[in-house]
Design a protein around this ligand. Structure first.
Ligand SMILES: [Zn+2]
Length: 277
C-alpha cells in the first residue's frame, strides 16, 4: 500500500511517502522543498507518486543528504525531469558511484538504489535566493551523511540523525560513537525545527535530539561496562534484556538488527581503546 501527502511549515514544504508491500506503511520518507531546493528524493518504491507530486514543483537544485536508498531512490529520474544540478557531500558522491548492496527487506520496503555518477560534490554551504544552508557533516548512521542548517530561521534538516529518540536496530555499517559525536556537534547549534527525513519535529526539535543523545550515551555506557567485564556481544545483549526484531533481522539477512547496536558499540569501544593505547 502506498500513502502520500504533504504539509507546509513556514517556507518549507514537506512531501511524505510511505510504501509497504504487504499492508499499511510503518515508516515514511520525507522530501523537503524550500526556495527551489529539494532535499532528498525518496524511495524508488514510491517513484510514480514522487514524480507526479514533485515533478510539478519549482525545483532548481537537489541536495542528497546520504547514499541510503530511501533518500536517493529517485535521484536519476528527478535530475532528468528538472535538468537541475544535484549536490551531495564528497563522500556521498564517491559512494554513489558504486554503492553498497542492499538487503531483501530494504528492497521490498524502499526499493532499488542504482549507482549514480553525476552528483556534484559540495562542502561548506549551499545557497538559495532567500536562504543560506550550512552543510554539517554528521557521520555515524552513514559515513557520508550531512545536515543542512539554516541559522537565521533555526531549521535543521537532519537527514536520519533523529528518526526517533529510542532506536531498536542498526544497519551493520552504523557507528554508535559516530552518532554520539554527531548528536553532540549538532546540539551545540541553536535550532527549533527538526526536518527529520522520517519523523519531522516542528517544535522542540532540540529537546528530541537531546533525548536521543541521552539514550545512545546510556546504551553505549552499558555496553562499555559489560564489555570491560569480558562479555561478548551475545551475553551483553542478554544482560541488557534487549528484544530482537527477528522478522526484520531474518528478512534483512542480518543487515538490520538490535544485535548490530551492541556490535557497533563494541567495535567503537575496541577501536577507541586501540587508538588511545
Ligand atoms: Zn539513512
Amino acid at each position: 500500500m502506498l500513502i502520500h501527502d504533504h504539509f507546509q511549515h513556514d517556507d518549507v514544504r514537506a512531501f511524505r511517502f510511505g510504501y509497504h508491500p504487504l499492508g499499511k506503511p510503518t515508516m515514511f520518507v520525507h522530501c523537503f522543498l524550500v526556495d527551489g531546493l529539494l532535499v532528498d528524493t525518496g524511495q524508488s518504491q514510491a517513484r510514480q507518486a514522487i514524480l507526479d507530486t514533485l515533478g510539478q514543483q519549482p525545483v532548481e537544485q537537489i541536495f542528497i543528504t546520504h547514499h541510503h536508498e530511501d533518500h536517493t531512490g529517485n535521484l536519476g529520474p528527478l535530475r532528468a525531469h528538472f535538468g537541475c544540478p544535484t549536490y551531495s557531500s564528497t563522500r556521498c558522491a564517491e559512494m554513489m558511484q558504486d554503492p553498497p548492496g542492499i538487503s531483501l527487506a530494504q528492497k521490498l520496503v524502499w526499493g532499488e538504489r542504482p549507482p549514480d555518477r553525476d552528483l556534484t560534490p559540495i562542502e561548506g554551504g549551499l545557497e538559495t535566493s532567500k536562504h543560506r544552508f550550512e552543510l554539517i557533516p554528521i557521520p555515524g548512521h552513514a559515513e557520508d551523511m550531512v545536515a543542512l542548517y539554516e541559522r537565521d530561521r533555526g531549521w535543521l534538516f537532519s537527514a536520519d540523525l533523529y528518526v526517533h529518540h529510542r532506536i531498536k536496530y542498526f544497519m551493520a555499517s552504523e557507528s554508535m560513537l559516530g552518532q554520539i559525536h554527531s548528536l553532540r556537534k549538532v546540539l551545540a547549534l541553536d535550532f527549533e525545527v527538526l526536518f527529520c527525513a522520517h519523523n519531522p519535529q516542528l517544535t522542540g526539535g532540540k529537546d528530541k535530539l537531546q533525548k536521543k543523545l541521552t539514550f545512545f550515551e546510556d546504551f553505549y555506557g552499558q555496553v562499555g561496562q559489560l564489555h570491560e567485564r569480558g562479555y561478548g556481544p551475545k551475553t551483553i545483549f542478554r544482560q541488557m534484556e534487549l528484544d530482537e526484531k527477528w522478522f526484520t533481522r531474518i528478512l534483512s539477512g542480518g543487515h538490520l538488527s538490535g544485535m548490530n547496536m551492541v556490535r557497533a558499540s563494541v567495535r567503537d569501544l575496541t577501536s577507541t581503546n586501540t587508538t588511545s593505547a
